[in-house]
Design a protein around this ligand. Structure first.
Ligand code: DGL
Length: 265
């Protein structure tokens, strides 16, 4: 039994899509979440800068004596996971391999599309992860740099958003995908719009569910599950506006009493 919190980081509100699954699958685990909203998006920044920012978030979370770290950002996972995992003595999880596993599990045609930030697509992190599981997988990647600002601004349901989503995803029109990975943790917030675009022909995968499952397995195997039946206290930290973060987070997590604080790194 281990009552320490789990640290979860992202460039902004995207990692909340992983938090939601963590709360569902591991309801007794306290979470400390940090979103670097002030410097979001990360996806079009140079990799050295993304690494530096991810380390800053990691160091901040370490102050809470976390027992596990989840890098709930595909971009940060793609560039910084190996070195953070090598340096920390606690389990460090990313979101790319869980997303790849979930896609392989559900795909039947093995033509898998991946959408993500410019860095995630450029890094080919998903292509490598998918092919490490099943070599004969066709992977088509597409960067969608306009999606993260839409989510961070909370403009998910507008007509303009539908248009931007349709224009951005148009290169997939001639591809016979059977599965699409939302390779950015912000994108599940746009899932209804993305699903509407593809109709029923394409299965949509996000990595939250499989990441939480992996966390659950590791905590169980290492005897680190919090077995107390008390309601855990979660802490949400943002480097940007508390009001905006709180609004998006409460809406997404379906609560109205989140404790959100602004922090400077
Ligand atoms: N949510 C992040 C991801 O999964 C990053 C988005 C960004 O900051 O560009 O890639």
């Amino acid at each position: 039994m281990n009552t320490k919190p789990i640290g979860i980081l992202d460039s902004g509100v995207g990692g909340l899509t992983v938090v939601k699954e963590m709360m569902r699958q591991l309801p007794h685990e306290p979470i400390v979440y940090i979103g670097d909203t002030a410097r979001c998006p990360y996806g079009s920044r140079p990799s050295e800068e993304i690494k530096q920012f991810t380390w800053e978030l990691t160091r901040y979370l370490q102050k809470f004596d976390i027992k596990m770290l989840i890098i709930a950002c595909n971009t940060a996972t793609a560039v910084a996971l190996p070195e953070i995992r090598a340096e920390l003595s606690i389990p460090v999880l990313g979101v790319v391999h869980p997303g790849a596993r979930a896609a392989i599990k559900i795909s039947r045609g093995y033509h898998i599309g991946v959408i993500g930030t410019e860095m995630t697509i450029h890094s080919k992190a998903y292509e490598k992860a998918l092919k490490s599981i099943r070599k004969k997988t066709k992977v088509t990647g597409l960067a969608c740099p306009k999606f993260v600002p839409i989510v961070e601004n909370g403009e998910i349901e507008s007509q303009e958003t539908k248009q931007i989503v349709a224009e951005t995803l148009a290169p997939f029109n001639n591809e016979k995908l059977d599965t699409l990975i939302l390779g950015c943790t912000h994108y599940p917030l746009l899932q209804p719009v993305i699903e509407e675009y593809f109709g029923n022909n394409v299965k949509i995968i996000s990595s939250g569910e499989e990441t939480a499952r992996e966390a659950s397995v590791i905590l169980d195997h290492t005897n680190m599950l919090n077995k107390s039946n008390e309601q855990p206290e979660h802490i949400f930290l943002t480097t940007g506006s508390v009001d905006r973060f709180k609004q998006i987070a409460e809406n997404w997590l379906g609560t109205n009493d989140l404790q959100v604080e602004n922090v400077q790194l």
